[in-house]
Design a protein around this ligand. Structure first.
Ligand SMILES: C[S@@+](CC[C@H](N)C(=O)[O-])C[C@H]1O[C@@H](n2cnc3c(N)ncnc32)[C@H](O)[C@@H]1O
Length: 171
């Protein structure tokens, strides 16, 4: 199977990245649906969830990554989680107890990684995505917004792929 993970700048947050250009989520959702019928996952912010979900096909799941709040001054409750919208995926065998949940509690920041950047995802998060999608060794995984390369690196480890830099399968 072929899966994709999309981790674009969250709507309204393009200014955090050198491109400084909003990603067109209408086109992105079309691409995910047309090119990745086996399954895909899309990270977004809780603030953008309502708008992004409107673009999604019926049947997607909203999973929750609780990364913990970053203490700061705020007039409202601090944001402590990010949604991940998941479509499709390989069904699990039912002859074993399932230990994959639609929520993950994991620390978000991972400064030691070479090339660490805003929005970088930690290995525990990446592995959770692979498991939610039911991805296994031998599958193909496209990291559509690789950034630091942390998710691709996690995939290579998960899937037993020989150490490599960035995945170039999206070119
Ligand atoms: C949230 S980060 C991805 C982080 C990545 N998952 C990681 O673990 O390091 C978003 C990435 O998309 C890139 N980006 C920003 N605007 C973009 C645009 N308009 N088109 C394509 N990529 C863009 C950013 O430079 C950044 O590398």
């Amino acid at each position: 199977m072929t899966f994709a993970y999309a981790d674009p700048p969250y709507p309204g947050k393009a200014g955090y990245y050198p491109e400084n250009t909003e990603v067109d989520h209408v086109s992105l959702l079309e691409k995910l649906q047309n090119k990745y019928p086996d399954g895909w996952a899309l990270s977004t912010s809780s603030a953008a969830l309502r708008d992004v979900l409107e673009l999604c096909p019926p049947g997607v799941r909203v999973c929750a990554w609780f990364k913990g709040p970053r203490p700061t001054r705020s007039r409202r409750a601090l944001t402590s989680w990010e949604p991940v919208i998941v479509a499709g995926g390989r069904p699990y065998p039912v002859n074993a107890v399932c230990n994959v949940a639609d929520g993950l509690i994991a620390q978000g920041r991972f400064h030691a990684f070479p090339g660490a950047m805003i929005g970088m995802k930690p290995p525990a998060f990446a592995e959770w995505i692979f498991k939610i999608l039911g991805a296994v060794r031998g599958d193909t995984f496209h990291d559509l917004f690789p950034g630091s390369g942390a998710v691709t690196l996690a995939w290579n480890r998960y899937a037993g792929v020989a150490p490599a830099g960035r995945d170039d399968t999206t070119k």
